[in-house]
Design a protein around this ligand. Structure first.
Ligand code: GDP
Ligand code: IMO
Ligand code: MG
Length: 428
């Protein structure tokens, strides 16, 4: 019975939520191990559409225990809004576990995220404004507040006071904002304590025990490889470890426990926020991908930047995650195109790069070298086996598989749970 890590292999929004949801009833635990409510996973089940932010996608599968790991940053207000929203639609959230060591996003970090962005001006990152960066910075600076602090009012107050001793200076003197009151923040955080208490668990112990007992555990990443704080397009990244290794630090399991690492990617590319994106399209084709693919953010509603498939990014994701499988989503969006360009390498100031350039300036200058593949005109949303796909669509998949260096085990042909071609069972 495997431990499977599911990660984004591009710049996010690849369809990780759908990929995890699909494993559904066969999975005992789904663990979110990084990020917070900057994530947005849309899962479509029949006529119902769910937008999940902080909760792991496993919450939609009865029988599955969803876990918020220690590597996650938790906005308590959002947590309970999301729980209430799902409960009102008949989804049972009572199994949810939250790590005692997960960090809390205090309200002042949402403010700091937004004002910092404003101050960056042209150099802004285009964050989701959810307080993610400042909260991970607090964690590393050792002035963060953790879920377990909610259960000792005096410790909590001391920690809020310690954090605000620095933050208020910043807010008032640098950003020209009003100082935040220690007692008000402490009270606000304490107001969630009793509701969160029954969910709190030693998630590392729970998950290791589950794996010892042969249960199936899926570790679901937020964000993606190219947004990872170490391996992404820094500084245009998020502030957490979004690659497969993050599943270990973010949940308290060792690397030897992982059996499978699944990278999710689209049959083309999208990105939200600022930063380099070599295959980005600024023309009608870009608009075609955006409108046909419904490429608007689940979290912020921002239009996503769109471009062709980038095999250099896919090879890089294979390398830094140690991918064993790819899930390719949204092949249906490309239907109707006569020719489909695919980026096979970059030209950086006249030099060909088959691998990701190691320095950021080169990546900013990278110009895609394209190969054109044949498109197909037939509607593929009804395809359920690889052989159901038109020959050109089959060739597209097989060529990308070869270029990317990992087998494509599953192919998405529509947003619904069922609109998928499984070539290789991810839990086998
Ligand atoms: P995540 O953040 O990686 O979970 O991805 P998002 O949910 O933000 O974005 C993926 C979007 O694509 C969602 O709206 C999904 O419903 C949709 N989607 C996923 N797979 C497919 C697919 O194979 N075809 C189509 N047309 N849509 C898909
Ligand atoms: P899912 O899990 C796409 C982007 C933001 C911004 C950068 C930093 O749905 O794939 P942050 O608020 O994290 O400090 O913003 O990262 N970003 C995402 N882009 N999908 C996401 O999540 C993202 N989460 C953050 O747009 O460029
Ligand atoms: Mg998303």
């Amino acid at each position: 019975m495997p431990a499977v890590v599911v990660v984004g292999a591009q710049w996010g929004d690849e369809g990780k939520g759908k990929a995890t949801d699909q494993l559904g009833s066969r999975v005992d635990y789904v663990v979110k191990f990084n990020g917070g409510n900057n994530a947005g996973h849309t899962v479509v089940v029949g006529d119902e559409k769910y937008a999940l932010h902080l909760l792991p996608s496993g919450i939609l599968s009865p029988g599955c225990t969803p876990v918020i790991g220690n590597g996650v940053v938790v906005d308590l207000e959002v947590l309970f809004q999301e729980i209430d929203g799902l409960e009102s639609r008949g989804v049972d959230t009572s199994k949810l576990l939250v790590s005692a060591s997960a960090h809390i996003i205090p309200p002042y970090n949402r403010t700091l995220d937004k004002v910092t962005e404003r101050f960056l001006g042209k150099r802004q990152i285009g964050t989701t404004g959810r307080g993610i960066g400042p909260t991970y910075a607090d964690k590393m600076n050792r002035v963060g507040i953790r879920v377990q602090d909610l259960f000792d009012a005096s410790i909590l107050r001391q920690k809020v006071e310690g954090a605000l001793a620095q933050k208020n200076q910043l807010l008032v003197k640098v950003f020209n904002r009003r100082a935040v009151d220690v007692d008000a923040i402490t009270e606000e955080l304490l107001s969630y304590a009793e509701r969160v208490r029954p969910m709190v668990a030693d998630s590392s112990l729970v998950l290791n025990t589950a794996l010892d007992e042969g249960r199936t555990v899926v570790f679901e990443a937020g964000q993606a490889t190219m947004l990872d704080v170490d391996h992404g397009t820094y500084p245009f990244v998020t502030s957490s470890s979004a690659i497969a290794a993050g599943a270990c630090t973010g949940s308290g399991i060792g690397p030897t426990r992982i059996d499978r690492v699944v990278g999710v990617l689209k049959a083309y590319t999208t990105r939200v926020g600022e930063g380099p994106f070599p295959t980005e399209l600024h023309d009608d084709m870009g608009e075609f991908l955006r409108s046909t693919g419904g490429e608007y953010g689940t979290t912020t509603g921002r239009p996503r930047r769109t471009g062709w498939y980038d095999a250099v990014v896919a090879r890089y994701a294979t390398r830094v995650n140690g991918l064993t499988d790819l899930v390719m989503t949204k092949l249906d969006v490309l239907t109707g195109l006569e020719k489909i360009p695919v980026c096979v390498a970059y030209d950086v100031d006249g030099v060909r790069h088959d691998e990701m350039p190691a320095d950021q300036s080169s990546f900013h200058h990278a110009r895609p070298i394209y190969e054109e593949l044949d498109g197909w005109a037939e509607d593929i949303t009804g395809a359920r086996t690889f052989e159901d796909l038109p020959a050109a669509a089959q060739r597209y998949v097989l060529t990308l598989e070869e270029m990317s260096g990992t087998r494509i085990s599953s192919i998405g042909v529509g947003p619904d749970r069922d609109e998928t071609i499984v070539r290789q069972d991810l839990l086998d």
